[in-house]
Design a protein around this ligand. Structure first.
Ligand code: ZN
Length: 311
């Protein structure tokens, strides 16, 4: 059995690198760290990280190259970001999406795998490095022009800011907050089937993006009412998880329902129902219950359900 989210790190959290936010804006410090033999680069090709081994391997790890190896592959103008320090060694990520065949000149067994697939095979502590690299590289690729004046912008501050040379506006990497909440009512909790799940029997908790001018608690109450027609009282924060698809921050809560009657919106949510705690515990123990499938343990939804069930 897994521990609660408070004890067990969620995927994309608990990374080993020190982001060195106070040092990385010093471009000469950064250039010196990058020039050291111990510096390493993680390549991303079309948002897929480079892994060790073969594409069919069921266990793998991120493959970090020396700076010289990374540069040799090209392209020379590849976007690079500083990930952080591991001890004294500086780690970077580099976007080589412009290459047609990136493995062509790479020595040794390696492959690129999409980020979701990589999550299943790399060590837990590397998932945070992957999440940070993917979210930042993706942000740069989507924000090459100034949102104020339309001029091309430049990456500065080790990749944590883009600056417009024309109107001097600064643009910062975005993180989009979304609430994800288990609705609880006494000894029952609500699980729903989302339209995205298709014909599968997957059930999960509810979720939705925070709107401008809205608190987390207000967002939880609004989303729950919109999706299943239930009024919510108390909202408790449990844990959060960065989710770099492309740049979400999942804010996990448990929400106390004030009513029982479910009225699904029929738009996002196809069906929803109450499950008692005993049934949830049986499902968490791996017992099949009426073809209902819970979220995978990598998702914060699973941890919310488990936290509630264990309370
Ligand atoms: Zn501008």
């Amino acid at each position: 059995m897994l521990d609660s989210p408070r004890k067990r790190p969620l995927v994309f959290t608990g990374g080993p690198l020190d982001r060195a936010g106070d040092l990385r804006t010093d471009s000469s410090w950064l250039a010196n760290k990058r020039a050291e033999d111990q510096a390493r680069i993680l390549l991303l090709w079309r948002l897929q990280p480079l892994l060790m081994g073969a594409a069919e391997d069921e266990e793998a790890a991120l493959r970090f190259l020396t700076v010289a190896e990374g540069e040799r592959l090209g392209p020379p103008d590849a976007q690079e970001i500083f990930l952080g320090l591991n001890g004294d060694a500086a780690f970077f990520a580099r976007d080589i999406s412009a290459l047609e065949d990136p493995l062509l000149s790479l020595q040794g067994p390696a492959h690129f795998r999409d980020a979701r697939g990589a999550l299943d095979v790399i060590p837990l502590e590397q998932t945070a490095i992957l999440g940070q690299a993917k979210a930042l590289i993706d942000w740069h690729a989507r924000h090459r022009f100034c949102a104020v004046c339309g001029a091309p912008t430049m990456s500065v501050d080790a990749g944590y800011r883009r600056e417009c040379p024309s109107c001097k506006a600064s643009h910062f990497p975005r993180t989009d907050p979304a609430t994800i909440m288990l609705v609880s009512r006494g000894d029952h909790c609500l699980l729903a089937r989302n339209k995205r799940f298709g014909a599968s029997h997957n059930h999960s908790v509810l979720a939705g993006f925070v709107e401008p001018g809205e608190s987390i608690e207000e967002c939880v109450r609004r989303e729950v009412f919109e999706e299943v027609g239930i009024k919510v009282g108390e909202v408790r924060y449990i844990a959060s998880q960065p989710w770099p698809f492309p740049s979400n921050m999942m804010i996990g809560c448990i929400a106390e329902a004030l009513s029982d009657d479910i009225r699904v919106d029929g738009n996002e949510i196809v069906s929803a129902r109450w499950f008692d705690r005993k049934t949830i515990l049986r499902m968490l123990a791996g017992e099949p219950v009426e073809d209902v499938r819970l979220p995978r343990p990598i998702a914060i939804a699973f941890h919310l359900i488990k936290t509630w069930a264990d309370e």
